[in-house]
Design a protein around this ligand. Structure first.
Ligand code: NAP
Length: 265
């Protein structure tokens, strides 16, 4: 059976770790040409070496919260391969701490890394995606659909992502560009360690809930399947988070009561 994305040109941001790394590898193994972006170039180079055809992998160092870096990233892909079939905007950062104790700068950084980066990537890639009737995919979170305590800045940024994606999906409906939001629950990556502490420093500690989360390869598979069938959203989680998502729509006050009973760290 032919591979679905063979020869396609796909950008994955935040590919140096976790979900982005697993997703980039998944598409590379499917025969796609993959551009991988993050700040840590050494990790991107080692991912490139692990891919079946390293020449089909383009490493781009950059910070997604800087518009010029996002523009340069898209330009580098178009210059090398002549176009772009899909953007999977996955780079992101979380937080640990109450809204009261967290510095205002942390809320600003969360919006810059998680939300404004999405706007930059969209603005600089959408004309290429229109040309090829491609895919614009972003990785939000269950925290883009409902909220828990100690994540106010993170949930705000992830809700902003969902709102942006829902709007551009409608704007692009006649252009044939597929717009999909990925909604992961807990996934076993370094996300907790890499999260901002209230001071803005790196939190540096794993969470039990994250350690018990889905393997990132499972989320990569769900992203792949969602793109293949051009789904509106790809929810990727254990049952518990999907049930919370259901409650958030149909009985939000019951969900609040349940969230107050669990220990969020
Ligand atoms: N793990 C979970 O439970 C979970 C659940 C729901 C949603 N998500 C979302 O999934 C996405 C991936 O997270 P993960 O779990 O795989 O965490 P991770 O292992 O910490 O990976 C985060 C990735 O984002 C990149 N990144 C962070 N800030 C960046 C910046 N300013 N510029 C460029 N790249 C940046 C990191 O690379 P560098 O540090 O090298 O730049 C890394 O490649 C995030 O958007 C996260 O919010 C995760």
């Amino acid at each position: 059976m032919p591979n679905n994305f063979s020869g396609k040109i796909i950008l994955v941001t935040g590919a140096s770790s976790g979900i982005g790394k697993a997703t980039a590898k998944h598409f590379a193994e499917d025969g796609a040409r993959v551009a991988i972006m993050a700040r840590t170039i050494a990790k991107l180079e080692s991912l490139r070496a692990e891919c079946p055809i390293p020449d089909n992998v383009l490493v781009i160092g950059g910070d997604v919260s800087v518009e010029a870096d996002c523009k340069r990233c898209i330009q580098a892909i178009v210059a090398k391969w002549g176009g772009l079939d899909a953007v999977i905007h996955n780079a992101g950062v979380s937080m640990r701490g109450s809204a009261e104790e967290t510095e205002v700068q942390v809320f600003q950084s969360l919006m810059e890394v998680n939300y404004y980066s999405l706007v930059y990537m969209y603005k600089h890639s959408v004309s290429s995606l229109r040309d090829r009737r491609g895919h614009f995919v972003s990785v939000s979170s269950m925290m883009g659909k409902y909220s828990t305590q100690l994540r106010a800045g993170y949930t705000a940024s992830k809700h902003a992502m969902v709102g942006f994606m829902d709007s551009v999906r409608l704007e692009l409906s006649e252009a044939g560009v597929h717009v999909m939001t990925v909604i992961p629950g807990f996934v076993n990556t370094d996300v907790a360690q890499n999260a901002f502490a209230p001071s803005g420093n790196r939190h540096g500690v794993h969470d039990q809930a994250i350690l018990a989360g889905l393997p990132p390869e499972r989320v990569a598979q769900d992203i792949y399947n969602g793109m293949k069938s051009r789904k509106r959203e790809a929810v990727s989680s254990h049952f518990k988070e999907r049930f919370a998502l259901f409650l958030s729509k149909w009985s939000p006050s019951l969900l609040d009561r349940l969230l107050l009973k669990i220990k969020v760290t």
